[in-house]
Structure formats: C-alpha cells, structure tokens
Design a binder for this molecule. Sequence first.
Ligand code: MN
Ligand code: MN
Length: 369
Amino acid sequence: MASETRRHRGHNDEDPPAGGDPYTEYDDFDLPAYVGRTSFQKLPELSDDAALRARHPDVAIVGAPLDEGVSHRPGARFGPRAIRAATYHAGSLNSLQLGIQPFEWLDVVDAGDAPIIPASLERGHAVIRRKVLEVARSGAIPIVLGGDHSITFPSASAVAEVVAPRGLGIVHFDAHADTANSSWGVLASHGTPMRRLIDSGAVAGRNFVQVGLRGYWPPPETLEWMRQHELRVHFMTEIEERGAEAVVADAIAEALDGPELIYLSVDIDVLDPGMAPGTGTPEPGGMLTRELLRAIRQIVGAVELAGMDVVEVAPAYDVSEITAAAAHRCVMEAISALAARRRDRGGTPRPSGRTRDGSDPDEASPAAG
Ligand code: MN
Ligand code: MN
C-alpha cells in the first residue's frame, strides 16, 4: 500500500518535510476533516465480521440509521452520517479535558452501519441486534449512533447477551422515560424500548437509571409501572437542585448495585433544545452540553463500559450542526475516558491503525518499534 510508506504524523501542527511530494506527503488520517474518507474521525473502516474478530479492536462505532419508531418529527435515520461528519479535527486528537490522545491508547474502528432498509421496524431491529452482537463478540465496545431511541432495545439486548452471566446496568440520559407499554399499539416504538429491555430480562428494573426526565410525559400509570419495577429516576429538577455531578454519582452506584458493567444510552434530547434543536421531540429545560459531556467522562471513567448509544439526532431540524457536534463529542468524551482509564490502570497503548486498514494496529505502535 502506498499509504504505508507515507510518514504518519498523528497531528498537523508540524511543517511537512522539505522536498516532499505534495500528492502523497499526508496520509488520509492526517488530511483535514473535510477531505477523504467519511468514517468516524477517519478511523479504519472494518464492517466485516471476520475482520473484526481478527483485529479485535477496543472500540467500534456502529451506525443504526433507523427512524421508523418515532412518534413525532422523523429524520434520525440521517443521524449517523451527521454525527460522523460533525468534526473539524483530523489526526490524533488530544483531549484537553483528560490530558490524553485517545487514539494513541485505544484501537478504535468504524464498523459501518447495520444494513437497514426503509419501512420495516422489525427487520431494522433484527439487523441492528446482529451487528451489535458481531461487534461485542469481537471484544470491542460498541458505540452505536442512532437512529431513534427504539434501537436501544436491540443494541442493549445484544450487549447484555454477550456480557452474560455478568450483569448489566443501564444509565439512560433522556428528557423522556421511554417506558410506555406501546405507542398507539406499537410495541417497538421509540417510546417503549426501556420497558422491552426490562420485560425481556436483559436488565433488572432496579439497575435501570434514568437522568434528565422532564416535561409532560409519561402519564401516572406508566410512572407507577416504573415504581413497581424499581427503576431509579432522576428528574431534571433534581439536577437543578443538587447539580449534575452528585446526581450522576448516585446513578452510577444504582446501576452497579449488583451488575458489574454499564450500558450508557444518551438521547440527545436530554440537552436543552437551545443547545440541541436537531431532534424529533425537543423538550425545553434540559441539561447543558458541558454538563452532559462532564457526566459522560464521570461515568466512563468510573465504571466498566460494555456499550453505548447516542440517539435521536435529526439533522434536518439542526442549526449549524450544533446537535450533531454535541453527539459527536459525547462519543469522543467516552472514547477519551476509556483511554484515560486504560492509562490510569497501568495498561499499555494500542493505537488505532489509521491508514493501515485490516493490518495489525500494533505494527503502528511506537512501543512496538
Ligand atoms: Mn429517548
Ligand atoms: Mn427523548
């Protein structure tokens, strides 16, 4: 491969070597974000199950471009592409929040999208479940880009199946509980995935922790079902009164009251619509973007993360890509916190393969010479 002969810089703050060929002096990973491939952060694309198993990356991005489950404004099927594109950074990013270059510590790949077709919610959930199963069985932590929130049922179910018999707790950021029994009789809508997860036994109600709920839904009968099943619920008013950090600390303890691992589900509408207008059911009075990003660092830094999703980004209603950028940074904060956790626990770097798709990422490691 010609690209393997190019000097990989990892960041673009240095002058290129004198006398270089301008056609080949930068590899794709180091070229600007708007140039070249469109995978998440231009990471290696690895959609094939066998290739994933052979490589066993630390983290794999998965697209779940399905929005057949929405109850109001459609458009989250375009979320994965918008989130992947919502970056102006290229090369090996440096987290100022955590003091780490995450792609120097973790092998992160983009496993592509589940093979969705329109107008079939059932088929869509089946292929998402299978895609997330493949990723999780390869040993990678799946980070799933929605899609509407109905995708959390197949995604978290798949993760629960792979980590069993170790138990899974769920921390769920959302303006909405998503615990209806049905939406107009439809069991698999984006208003019902959390009840399906509890009813199916994928996660115990008492380890299902919701943060940021507000507004005018669900009705008392649904709240009563949540009480009966011992869900732990932290309304937005509690964040206003106690602060997000204290509430999130409780959420971590509640989710891990029994289970060993956490699945993190982030509905972008947990943010205030002033900071995340590009979503299907915006509810005023939400979290600040900086609060949510800090909460993700807090959680991922403290627990063993088994999987994650970021859902409900509907780019057609977005303004200047602010919602997509917030979702993209939710993913980056999680990846950075995973990297910092590896470093702080005495782990060794395992850099992303960058330009060397399919090859052993350790070949690119400075430690490996
Ligand atoms: Mn939701
Ligand atoms: Mn919501």
